[in-house]
Design a protein around this ligand. Structure first.
Ligand code: ZN
Ligand code: ZN
Length: 142
């Protein structure tokens, strides 16, 4: 099933395939770029992500040292997606940009140790302090 999304002003639109997992990230960078306590990322394959319009990038290394490129709309400021040079082939779509945000099915919480006390987490989701190692990922994401 194709999933549609875009920015607030409509200059940036995208279509992607169904997600292959994802979750909430409470790291400082996701919080600062979110407008709230965390970023919610839906992971899709890069070759199944089709972008229309122009995004602007902000680049900053993650704790891992890998460069993160955050794509946002320069007109309205909406975060759209990010890529991680350490995880080639994947696009981390901001669930906030989905036309139907309920299509996102979060499967974990990362950087739970950096969460603001008021940003309450779903107790049903596995939590990690920092990023999980590949063998710690929820089974559906391995
Ligand atoms: Zn926009
Ligand atoms: Zn983060």
């Amino acid at each position: 099933m194709a999933i549609d999304g875009g920015c607030l002003c409509g200059r940036v639109r995208y279509q992607c395939a169904a997600e292959s997992g994802g979750g909430h990230c409470h790291c400082i960078d996701c919080r600062k770029t979110s407008g709230t306590g965390h970023g919610s990322h839906m992971i899709v394959a890069e070759d199944e992500f089709a972008l229309e319009g122009t995004v602007t990038f902000y680049e900053k290394p993650a704790d891992s040292g890998n460069l993160i490129r955050r794509a946002f709309c320069a007109e309205c400021g909406s975060p759209i997606y990010s890529t991680n040079l350490g995880m080639p082939g994947l696009v981390f779509v901001r669930a906030s940009s989905l036309d139907d945000p309920n299509l996102f099915k979060p499967q974990m919480v990362v950087y739970a140790n950096r969460a603001a006390h008021w940003d309450v987490m779903d107790p049903a989701l596995p939590r990690f302090d920092g990023m999980p190692k590949p063998d710690e990922l929820p089974e559906s994401m391995r």
